[in-house]
Design a protein around this ligand. Structure first.
Ligand code: 3HC
Ligand code: NAI
Length: 719
């Protein structure tokens, strides 16, 4: 709702009241319409101020209302009525003015913002465009280039930046509502014609067509199949080329298309999923709201290779004191240089001083004695990690949390090496650790809620999206990656090329197909793991046995490449060829094609034509099937956890919501039916065998994803 009061005798003050972010729900819109009518009809009122309660102007349209029947007064006429008002209306912006909230402010005649406020039009991130006049008013107010930037990226700007753009008229460090009321008194009675943004001409730079072309190309390249960024460019183009009313009509048409698209449903789901993962729970019943974290002031990182360096940077940048330990002298020198460089570049981008003095380097584990939390990032070698955990347990003060960045080893085995196994959790970062947003916080059977809460909070403080998951081989992300990689190899055996498989996956929306991604990560990483698991049979290039392990189909293709020293980008050869080691430009490799031909001939495999659909279904449905197993096993508490992990850690296209949400858009019955089909064709591939939970969900009528937790609970209680 909105509260109406009269202040300072002549100012009508409308306060939006809809906690927590004053979203423009039907009740709020009704409140604004009623209050405006009152303010305009009261002769004593000479001007109006609109503000939001609790220091927040508005977080925009109420996203929760999007799925339902539209009720209450619509936003567009409401904003038009404010702009057309005969008395000046001033927006007092505190906290945030986002989406419809900023569009409301753009309908006001003046905008005053607190210096700490942030404004923006993030609709594109929800698969929409600023559909309440924002795409037409913003370019008229701040010019086409700046408006294109804000609308196509959805980025927020600070009050200072907004002032520079001319998006707000004044900023203040004082009480914004008081300043706005005084301002409103001052401008009362002044003519308003020049204050109605919809009447402004849209100022375009001389080369505006070139600009639109460039932005459209950039957007198409980076959108990876998302339609909203393209519609945003089209809407701003309408503002630049059409009179306001026609531009509004175009905005309406484009918005109507987006609003009914599957992409916006996926992105709205994703918006709420991001918030849901913060409300973590463990099978023991421990929860986010009953488990208090312990403050961490000083942390340590052990092992300054690829991951340790990134983790150190992430911690230092967030203001933590870090003890960074590396036993190899040469590695230590290189790490110091690399970390300083990363900190300096990051600080330059953000316009702050580099946090170099936050880090103390050492080559001895004894130097971590007084830290509150340790993150171990030594080689992926269980024996080595066990030794490090024994040492840490002996050296660290009582109560220190001991965390491992392992990609998939058993956290419980590490916990067993320590005096206090309840203080041990996994903190699985993704490379590059100072950039990638995802953190899997892995709890073992002995991990305490305190340790989980502390790791989750630390993740938040260093800007990560943290997801609490259970302990199993590969946790959630890497466990689901296994069948995906496996299917990709099987497809090569059956006749596909790496280029074709990658092209299909990239057209689906992945930033990189599975083979380009493997080349980037290094083929040797998985090879070492398979060797440790006893799966690699060296130099064995003949015979059926090489394609079977314990009765299951196995493809040795990756192992054979590694035997040839083809580790991917770092060696200049992998599934593709590169100009030189380290180069990122992948080119199809004729050698690899002949190698595949020879391999198939040796194993009497007849190459067949594999189509788009088969690549997508086998790679994605096997991965989704594993996701259902993960839910069944209780390793992830809900489908949202899996989807967040895949979007933030594995470049799953966000506009498809994540693998589990994608399954709902395909239809669970179709996923089940196709898995059954492929499993029949490949009975020696267990990952294609549909799991029980998927069958039960289909049997119970494929309930919406928000209801899966109830079915999972039932399935688990029957175990
Ligand atoms: N509608 C409904 N609920 C909203 C909301 C919105 N616009 N914005 C936030 N919320 C809810 C969140 O779901 C969350 O609910 P929960 O506590 O039940 O999980 C609660 O408000 C608090 O949100 P956050 O946890 O995200 O709190 P933060 O303080 O970290 O962030 C925020 C606040 C910056 C406002 C962030 O929530 C945000 O970015 N919100 C979305 C803003 C947005 O995209 N607005 C555009 C809407 S579309 C639109 O306006 C269309 C128009 O053009 C017609
Ligand atoms: P890396 O090989 O780049 O670095 C490991 C570092 O640990 C080396 O510098 C080594 O000298 C050092 N080290 C070894 N023993 C040590 C000890 N006892 N004390 C201190 N330092 C020691 O390895 P990387 O890639 O950084 O991986 C580290 C861990 O992170 C592994 O467990 C890996 O599985 C995991 N991980 C790796 C990812 C990646 O993409 N590289 C992604 C996510 C997790």
């Amino acid at each position: 709702m909105a509260q109406y009061t009269r202040v300072s005798g002549s100012v009508g003050l409308i306060t939006l009241q809809s906690p927590p972010v004053n979203a423009l729900s039907a009740a709020v819109r009704q409140g604004i319409v009623d209050s405006m009518q009152r303010a305009l009809s009261e002769p004593e009122v000479k001007s109006v101020v609109i503000c939001g309660q609790n220091g927040i102007f508005s977080g925009g349209a109420d996203i929760k209302e999007f799925g339902g029947q539209m009720s209450g007064p619509p936003l567009i006429p409401m904003i038009h009525a404010i702009e057309a008002a005969s008395k000046p209306v001033v927006a007092a912006i505190e906290g945030i003015a986002l989406g419809g909230g900023l569009e409301l402010a753009l309908g006001c005649h003046y905008r005053i913002a607190h210096s700490k406020a942030r404004v923006g039009l993030p609709e594109v991130t929800l698969g929409l465009l600023p559909g309440a006049g924002g795409s037409q008013r913003l370019p008229r107010l701040i010019g086409v280039p700046a408006a294109l930037d804000l609308i196509t990226t959805g980025r927020y700007v600070t009050a200072a930046e907004a002032l520079k753009f001319g998006l707000v008229d004044q900023i203040t460090d004082h009480n914004t509502v008081n300043v706005a009321v005084k301002f409103a008194q001052r401008v009362a009675g002044q003519p308003l014609d020049a204050r109605r943004i919809s009447t402004y001409p849209c100022l375009c730079p001389p080369d505006v067509d070139v600009l639109f072309e460039e932005v459209m190309q950039r957007v198409r390249r980076t959108a990876r199949g998302a339609i909203a960024p393209i519609a945003c460019v089209q809407a701003v183009r309408a503002a630049a080329t059409l009179p306001y009313n026609q531009g509004m009509e175009r905005e309406r048409e484009l918005m109507a298309t987006l609003f009914t698209s599957g992409q916006t449903r996926a992105l709205q789901y994703f918006f709420f999923a991001q918030r849901a993962v913060g409300r973590w729970s463990m099978p023991s019943g421990a929860r986010w709201d009953t488990s208090k974290p312990r403050p961490v002031h000083k942390a340590a990182v052990i092992g300054l290779g690829t991951m340790g360096r990134g983790i150190t940077v992430a911690l230092a940048q967030a203001g933590f004191s870090v003890v960074a330990v590396e036993t190899q002298e040469k590695q230590l020198m290189e790490a110091k240089q690399a970390i300083s460089g990363m900190l300096e570049r990051g600080a330059k981008r953000r316009g702050v001083a580099p946090a170099l003095d936050k880090i103390n380097y050492g080559c001895n584990i004894q130097s971590v004695a007084d830290v509150d939390l340790v993150i171990e990032a030594v080689f992926e070698d269980m024996a080595l990690k066990k030794k490090v955990f024994q040492q840490l347990s002996a050296v660290c003060k009582a109560g220190t949390f001991l965390c491992s960045n392992t990609s998939g080893l058993d956290i419980d085995q590490l916990a067993c090496q320590t005096r206090n196994p309840e203080l041990v959790v996994g903190m699985h970062f993704f490379a590059p650790a100072h950039v990638m947003k995802l953190l899997e916080v892995v709890y073992g059977p002995k991990s305490s809620p305190l340790a989980v809460a502390t790791a989750m909070q630390l993740g938040k403080k260093i800007g990560k999206v943290s997801v609490a998951v259970g302990n199993c081989r590969g946790f959630v992300g890497n466990r689901m990656l296994k069948p995906y990689l496996e299917q990709a190899l099987f497809l090569l055996e059956e006749g596909a090329t790496p280029e074709f498989v990658d092209q299909v996956l990239e057209e689906f929306g992945f930033a990189m197909g599975v083979f380009r991604m493997s080349d980037l990560s290094g083929l040797d990483v998985g090879w070492k793991v398979r060797m440790a698991d006893g799966l690699v049979v060296p130099n064995s290039t003949t015979g059926q046995a090489t394609r079977l392990r314990q009765g299951r189909r196995y493809s040795p293709l990756g192992d054979l490449l590694c035997e040839q020293g083809r580790f991917g980008q770092k060696t200049g050869r992998g599934w593709y060829q590169y100009n030189k080691p380290g180069s990122q430009v992948a080119k199809p490799d004729p050698w690899l094609h002949s190698f595949l031909d020879e391999y198939r001939a040796r194993h009497t495999l007849v190459a067949r034509r594999i189509d788009h659909q088969e690549v997508l279904e086998r790679c994605l449905y096997s991965m989704i099937n594993e996701g259902f197993r993960i839910l069944e096993d209780g390793i992830a508490a809900g489908p949202e956890d899996i989807d967040i992990i895949y979007v933030f850690g594995y470049s799953w296209p966000r506009h498809r919501g994540g693998p589990m949400f994608y399954a709902t858009t395909v239809g669970l019955n179709k996923v089940l039916e196709r898995l059954e089909h492929y499993h029949q064709a490949h009975p020696d591939v267990p990952s294609l065998q549909p799991c029980d939970l998927l069958r039960k969900l289909v049997a119970s009528g494929s309930p919406p994803i928000q209801k899966w937790r109830e079915v999972i609970k039932k399935v688990r209680s029957q175990l």
